[in-house]
Design a protein around this ligand. Sequence first.
Ligand code: FES
Length: 578
Amino acid sequence: MEMVSLTIDGIKVEVEKGTTVLEAAKKIGIKIPSLCYLKDINKPSSCRVCVVEVGPRLLASCSLEATEGMDVKTNTRKVREARKTVIQLTLSNHKRECLSCGRNINCELQTLAEEYNIRDVEYEGEIAASAIDDLSASIVRDNEKCIACGRCISVCSNIQTVSAIGWSGRGFETRVSTPYERPLGESNCVNCGQCIMVCPVGALHEKENIQDVWNAIDDENKVVIVQTAPAVRVGLGEEFDLGVGERVTGKMVSALRRLGFDNVFDTDFAADLTIMEEGTELLTRVSKGEKLPLMTSCCPGWVKFIEHNYPEMLDHLSTCKSPHQMLGAVIKSHYANVMGIDPKNIYVVSIMPCVAKKFEGEREELSNEGLQDIDAVLTTRELAQMIKEMGINFAKLEEEEFDHPLGESTGAGVIFGATGGVAEAALRTVYEVLAEKDLEQIEYEAVRGLEGVKEASLELPNGQTLNAVIAHGLGNARKVLDSIKSGEKSYDFIEIMACPGGCVNGGGQPIIKAHLRDDVDAKVVRAKGLYSEDKALPIRKSHKNPSIQKLYKDFLGEPNGHLAHELLHTHYVKRNKF
Ligand code: FES
């Protein structure tokens, strides 16, 4: 490995050839501000806030390669003045509604303005006007807040390979736009919300449904039932300044009761149910050698991606609804019946780490007898907002348990929130059902971790080999699908999650504070939190969940049976590439 040595602010540093000055400075604890830069994703050098002094010149450190003998100054008066001007100019064309913006206090531009002591915006000029695009079920775009950093475009094109947004116009008219300037909701956007996660300001955010939920809670005729996805419990605490990835399951349940929900259930229960249905589907397809590989269908971003881009492969998608939809369907049928409640009076709220779930919740095929399975989807961030609005001291809450029976879950259900988790949960059940005995070793390391594409082979007790592949991030999904189409690869089972790292890094999760971003990889620590919950639970295999067993005995009959198919399975739609 070739190294170069340079001096930054008088400190000698040695870095690998090819390293940028910004990254070299980071290595020795020198912070250089940045707005458009996003490591390994976006490096357009457009904002210029990262300028440093090299000889007589001011250069953008995010794209400046460190060279042997270079002498860099990061914080001279000239540098600071230049950065102030850049921030002032950016602010002058930014809709400054900071106090009522969803990113207030966690906005990278606002933070820089504060750090650089900007007390007044000196430049007055025309502000590029733009209408708010809020027709998508999941994502709202406000181009008047956009600072044209291009991070959203890069993540959408380079990481997700969706390219639902891109540049249009020139000069002052340059803006982030959709194909033919149509609303995002009419495009091939898959609603993953990764654009929201990288936006430094408030130009992109989820479509809020908080008021709908308050209205339901305040309606005396409604029984309002909430369920929470696995990844929410390792993200929510960050909104209350608890540690990144800290597990707050009990406090979250307690907060939900204080908000006024009548029942607090766990989507993990339905993750166990999904394993029963999807595992059975897998075993059936493998035994018949039909429609293989079986692809998971838990992730609505991925489902919309395949509907747009590989409609010819839709037969391979599991027909299982995603876990929260399954739980909604069970609540409005069996649970309503047992409790003697008219399903029309039940309002089901899903708390999800995801914005695509909002779109999914509105899909008309995800309904039963004219009622949508789910009535509202809130992100982890929206839940935090409600808790704050209610004045709850989250950190001080006593821990409480989910309501039973639809709150009882296993470790297998919990790990759904991390990439590889669905595959691991399925393998635990499929193997044991075939082996007809309890397994000791149930942790499948090959499917864990952040490698973009993970392959695993499992010898089944019946002598067959199950070839599985796990991909996260839609660019990686595309690679897997293309390798199957070309005949280069062949698999039996495929797990795909649209968001890099899986749901722990979903588009509805807390946006990690800028000052923590360099030190912590949130998706790694959040996943650790889920695996530790799995380890701590007494039951770690979906088919061993007593409440699941009882649900089949009392109501559903057999996995993949007639009633299960009617309530828990769905179909898909071929969509245009756009
Ligand atoms: Fe370097 Fe924007 S961060 S130019």
